[in-house]
Design a protein around this ligand. Structure first.
Ligand SMILES: Nc1ncnc2c1ncn2[C@@H]1O[C@H](COP(=O)(O)OP(=O)(O)OP(=O)(O)O)[C@@H](O)[C@H]1O
Ligand SMILES: [Mg+2]
Length: 353
């Protein structure tokens, strides 16, 4: 089966007049039917602005947007949000407080063409409520629901008109950790069962990794990398992606023969032949710590995270590094350790990347 392209962005840009740099800067990517894109990036990097342009709530300053093969935004061309087949779910649920669950969900169906009959609306409401596991709550009002239930109703409302694409802007960030973990798997299952393409904005790397087919990482309005969670994790395109997605460590490194020399030792790591200076990137989980009274790296902090310890280490030059080990490796704060990295998991980045 050839999956059709549901969303295509070409050099989409938004320049607010009050802002010096573009809030969204030349973003291009494609999304296929049923594909789930996790959009990650720090606060203010342009995630919401990008979603709003796709939904049609914000006009781009440049570039093209196509939804299911139809141009919806381009030079001198613009399709109103209500005519785009997108559904949006917000962080604060945004349910109408004066409408019950059934009327909240039905709201999105009144604009549908051809207009569905009362009976069809009733059937669709009950269908999407079953889909999100809340059948029977039709008559409840939003204030009579938990946060997790409200968010599932918001998802049901967005799904009811059978949109081509669902846009979710940090939909789970107002929920407590346990509800959030359960719901993120449910959201994925629901979207997959309906084969609906979606963009899911989150601050949380783990959340993006857990639910998305593809991850996009944004910084200062630009899309720095887009790829599968495995690609982003194992081959970050730049220092920012490595730092933001995996909180990787970095050490200044100089090429010495066929090894890279750092203040903690030398390792053989693949790198472009022309590079002589760089930064060695290694992830917190790709290290081996060994107690060593003669070593100069000191354990400054230790956090117990249940399945592992997270250590904060200080090197002789004063640099702070982080390492995660299984709970069998228990090292005392103040003790010294030898730090070995796993060379085939490490990467060399150019100094200024
Ligand atoms: N209507 C507007 N007018 C002027 N500047 C705006 C407007 N909306 C957003 N911005 C600016 O554009 C940039 C991107 O904002 P946006 O809300 O898209 O970020 P975000 O990645 O969603 O952040 P957060 O994670 O905090 O929600 C910010 O610098 C913001 O101040
Ligand atoms: Mg936002």
């Amino acid at each position: 089966m050839i999956e059709s392209i549901i969303l295509e962005l070409e050099a989409v840009t938004k320049q607010f007049t009050s802002k010096q740099c573009p809030a969204v800067n030349q973003i291009s990517f494609q999304l296929k039917q049923g594909e789930l894109l996790g959009l990650l990036g720090p606060s203010g990097c342009g995630k919401t602005t990008l979603l709003r342009m796709i939904a049609g709530f914000e006009k781009p300053s440049g570039g093209k947007i196509e939804l299911a093969g139809q141009l919806v935004s381009g030079e001198k061309y613009w399709v109103e949000p209500e005519k785009r087949k997108t559904g949006m779910v917000f962080q604060d649920y945004a349910l109408f407080p004066h409408l019950n669950v059934s009327d909240n969900i039905a709201f999105g169906l009144y604009n549908k063409k051809p207009k569905p009959s009362k009976q069809q609306i009733k059937e669709r409401v009950s269908q999407v409520l079953q889909l999100v596991g809340l059948g029977g709550l039709e008559k409840r009002y939003p204030h009579e629901l938990s946060g997790g239930q409200q968010q599932r109703i918001a998802l049901a409302r967005a799904l009811a008109p059978q949109p081509e694409l669902i846009l979710l802007d940090e939909p789970l960030s107002n929920l407590d950790v346990q509800v959030r973990e359960r719901l993120r798997h449910e959201v994925r299952t629901i979207l997959k069962s309906t084969n609906t393409a979606a963009i899911f904005v989150t601050h949380d790397q783990e959340e993006a990794m857990a639910i998305a087919d593809k991850i996009g990482v944004m910084q200062d309005g630009k899309l720095m990398q887009i790829g599968t969670p495995e690609q982003i994790y194992s081959s970050p395109a730049c220092k920012f992606v490595a730092e933001f997605v995996t909180q990787a460590n970095f050490l200044q490194a100089t090429k010495n023969g066929n090894t890279w020399q750092t203040e903690l030792g030398a390792w053989q790591i693949d790198s472009p032949a022309t590079m002589n200076q760089g930064e060695l990137m290694f992830r917190q989980e790709d290290v081996i710590l060994q107690p060593d009274d003669g070593a100069v790296t000191v354990i400054r902090e230790r956090e117990f995270l249940g399945r592992e310890y997270r250590y904060c280490l200080q090197t002789v030059s004063g640099k702070r590094l982080h390492a995660r080990t299984d709970v069998k490796t228990q090292l005392a704060v103040g003790s010294t350790v030898k730090l070995e990295i796993i060379p085939n998991m490490a990467q060399i980045f150019p100094l200024s990347s």
